[in-house]
Design a binder for this molecule. Structure first.
Ligand SMILES: Nc1ncnc2c1ncn2[C@@H]1O[C@H](COP(=O)(O)OP(=O)(O)OP(=O)(O)O)[C@@H](O)[C@H]1O
Ligand SMILES: [Mg+2]
Length: 411
């Protein structure tokens, strides 16, 4: 996660700029660096197209709308915002570094560790892209000792295997501009699935192996965790919105009507839908007409087949050994389609569960806020934001809220 600016906020905001909706979670950090949620707000995303900023003004307005809703409920304003990025502008690169320790003690020092990480980082290359996260996966000392932390291990030759998550520079700049344009200060930027995993995966699952699948409106995002760390991630710009577009195209209806048909009558499979069942379709000013529900579900099924194939292809890139099946954890609005999770379960030979973990007291009621809350958890756990006594910032927060109320009136 990249970060900039000072870290003196008590009220902080997690901002999930999704393809279809923006979710904002406003929270306070207490003296134990625990997150206490104050309020949440959402808005429909405008100004984004195919994962890129297409209309800055519209995007700024929709960010403002989500944030104002959260601020209105909590009567406070965040001094810092942690925002996510996702989409085709993200890529992941594995990299390795080697460093020969010169320590007289014969033990690997923390300086050696920093140096080997630096060497590996230097090997990451992608034009016009910035490293968003640089995550060590494991270290090796003298070609045989594998460890998560090599400091103190006896040996000379230190190697690291790491994962670099990169984001196209242009996109990063535009996201920062949009957030700043909404009157917010960017305190950090993080990969969406990494943040979401903070909320949805248990420690045990990350350890023993888990694939988080975020089936969003515009993106299919997959992240593989093992031995407590992110091993790899894949993000492809396909998602549940394509199903809506297919319905709109095939039935010649507008997108809101296609969305309604999908959510109310749709199913990921046409199997079991009675031949005679009909649904009413509204097409603009025309008289409502009836279609067979089975026809609607066949349109959906065809696209779901494609999406599942893509999901399978991408997950196979993780090269997970058959002997170590991970748990598949499903999230994102796309999974809410009737029959969708059943079809995913039938596609993969893995145990599978949806959304919030059972054995963890959830901080949020719905998984829709998992990314925005996850950004805050990630940022506190990695010291990107820290607790500051509220008294020192209270007046500034009040001022920020007032200033933003003025900005809001302009939209
Ligand atoms: N009950 C439901 N039934 C079917 N589909 C649903 C349901 N609720 C939401 N969706 C679909 O989920 C999609 C939005 O999911 P989500 O909110 O996870 O996306 P996003 O976060 O905005 O996008 P992304 O993560 O791809 O950037 C939309 O296509 C919407 O139609
Ligand atoms: Mg999303």
């Amino acid at each position: 996660m990249t970060h900039n600016g000072s870290h003196n906020s008590s009220l902080v905001l997690g901002l999930d700029i999704g393809h279809t909706q923006i979710c904002a979670t406003l929270a306070e950090i207490d003296s134990r660096n625990q997150i206490n949620i104050h309020s949440v707000g959402t808005s429909v995303t405008a100004g984004m197209q195919r994962g890129k900023v297409a209309d800055m003004e519209q995007l700024v307005k929709s960010i403002r709308r989500a944030v104002s809703r959260a601020e209105r409920e909590s009567h406070g304003a965040a001094l810092q915002t942690i925002v996510n990025v996702t989409g085709q502008c993200i890529s992941a690169q594995s990299c390795e570094g080697v460093y020969k320790s010169m320590e007289a003690s014969g033990q690997i020092s923390s300086d050696d560790k920093l140096k080997v990480l630096k060497k590996a980082r230097l090997l990451v290359q992608k034009p016009q892209a910035k490293i968003l996260h640089f995550l060590p996966i494991h270290y090796r000392v003298d070609e045989n000792v594998y460890t998560r932390d090599p400091v103190g291990v006896f040996g000379k030759l230190l190697e690291v295997q790491a994962l670099a998550v990169l984001c196209e520079e242009n996109h990063l700049t535009e996201i920062i501009q949009a957030v700043q344009g909404a009157g917010l200060e960017v305190g950090g930027i993080g990969l969406n699935v990494l943040a979401t995993a903070e909320v949805l995966l248990t420690k045990e699952e990350r350890q023993s192996g888990a694939v988080l699948v975020d089936f969003g409106g515009g993106n299919l995002q997959m992240a593989y965790f093992k031995e407590g760390v992110l091993q790899n991630c894949r993000i492809v710009p396909v998602g549940a919105e394509q199903i809506t577009r297919d319905i709109a195209y095939c039935l010649k209806v507008d997108l809101p009507e296609a969305e309604r048909l999908k959510v109310v009558f749709g199913s990921a499979s046409a199997v079991g839908i009675a031949e005679s069942e009909r649904v009413e379709v509204m097409a603009g000013a025309e008289e409502p007409r009836e279609i067979f529900r089975r026809y609607l579900c066949l349109i959906i099924e065809a696209r779901v087949d494609e999406l599942l194939k893509k999901m399978q292809q991408e997950i196979s890139e993780f090269k997970i050994p058959d002997t170590e099946p991970p748990v598949l954890v499903l999230t994102g609005g796309g999974v809410l389609l009737k029959g969708m999770s059943e079809r995913i379960r039938a596609t993969f030979p893995y145990p599978c569960r949806e959304g919030l973990p059972d054995n963890v007291q959830p901080l949020i009621e719905t998984q829709a806020y998992a990314p925005s809350l996850g950004l805050l958890l990630y940022a506190t756990r990695h010291n990107i934001i820290r607790y500051q006594p509220r008294t020192s910032t209270h007046e500034i927060e009040k001022f920020m809220l007032k200033a933003r109320t003025l900005i809001k009136d302009m939209f």
